[in-house]
Design a protein around this ligand. Structure first.
Ligand code: ATP
Ligand code: RIB
Length: 306
């Protein structure tokens, strides 16, 4: 099993469930509030770690009580904290998450705070880590110049870069050419490529956009419909598992973490996608983001049953 690095955001999720999502100017009485670890990078790092990968989590925190939410979670899960950077200049990031308790739709406002201030010096200190990693998984919640530096470093050392291009932000063609794999959801895929991803044909055309720019493998998540793969051999949709959904927040993160874990164990992409979808299917049956990520044993039991 190869080592992997997950490089990205930590924020504290402030999550409330509500009978419906408020419209502008409206006040709605919610039914539940939970505060806990989140951020796409952290969710994906924890998902991969719990799914059995050898993960080094890289993120940046402020020096405040919210930072302890990350540190305590990492201690509890026995995750390596060697590359958790800190700054006194900015607070730890937060996300305000509203979940409609009937439809399970969500609305998220994220303030990345410290994790959008990853410096050149921070990145320089990761040289040995990236050198020793088979894959590095990125997202778009940190400052993009940091992602660009990491991608350059990874390319220098033959570490494969996986970009979960979420939430949408523009990426240059030069940056795309450095990626081994992209894993947008269907909305992000359309925002990046300009191609509507409503069906298999649309997904194939979006994949061609990425592959024309040098991305080797394209994986597009399609919510409850599953995952589209274009890896040079398979170009098709692998259906999602059918489960009772409680909260889909962080489903994409669960999928990416699971996918990374399976790839690091040498699984071919279609098998790794199925594993990632099992992780996501388990996570949508639970409330929350980082806390909803399943263990390796739970994933194995789920796969044996389905
Ligand atoms: P989020 O932004 O909520 O984290 P996302 O939009 O990035 O999610 P999705 O495409 O919605 O990602 O979901 C990722 C994967 O999670 C899907 O490909 C699927 O395997 C699984 N998933 C999502 N929703 C469901 C569902 N309702 N039932 C079963 N699996 C689901
Ligand atoms: O993908 C879900 C995550 O997006 C949440 O944990 C929230 O922090 C936002 O960044």
């Amino acid at each position: 099993m190869g080592k992997v690095t997950v490089f990205g955001s930590f924020v504290v999720d402030l999550m409330a469930r509500s009978p419906h999502l408020p419209i502008p100017g409206e006040t709605v009485k919610g039914s539940m509030f939970k505060m806990g670890p989140g951020g796409k990078g952290f969710n994906q790092g924890v998902a991969a770690h719990k799914a059995g990968a050898d993960v080094l989590m890289v993120t940046k925190l402020g020096k405040d009580s919210f930072a302890n939410v990350a540190l305590e979670t990492m201690d509890r899960l026995r995750m390596n904290k060697d590359h958790v950077f800190t700054t006194e200049r900015t607070e730890t990031g937060i996300a305000l998450i509203l979940v409609d308790e009937k439809s399970s739709q969500n609305e998220i406002l994220i303030v990345p705070g410290a994790c959008a201030t990853i410096s050149k010096e921070d990145i320089d200190s990761l040289e040995e880590t990236i050198k020793g990693s088979e894959y590095v998984l990125l997202q778009l919640e940190v400052n993009q110049d940091a992602n660009e530096r990491i991608a350059d470093m990874a390319n220098r050392y033959g570490c494969r870069v996986i970009m979960n291009s979420a939430p949408y932000a523009p990426m240059t063609d030069e940056f795309l050419s450095k990626l081994y794999m992209v894993t947008p959801n269907e909305v992000e895929a359309e925002e990046i490529t300009g191609v509507p991803v409503n069906d298999l044909e649309g997904a194939k055309r979006a994949a061609a956009y990425f592959r024309d720019r040098g991305v080797k493998k394209v994986v597009i998540t399609l919510g409850a419909r599953g995952v589209f793969i274009s890896d040079g051999e398979t170009e098709d949709i692998i259906p999602a598992f059918q489960v009772e959904v409680v909260d889909t927040t962080g489903a994409g993160d669960a999928f990416n973490g699971g996918l990374l874990a399976a790839l690091s164990k040498g699984q071919p992409i279609p098998d790794a996608v199925r594993f990632g979808q099992a992780v996501a299917a388990l996570s949508v049956q639970r409330i929350g983001t980082t806390p909803a990520m399943p263990t390796f044993d739970e994933i194995e039991a789920f796969l044996a049953e389905h």
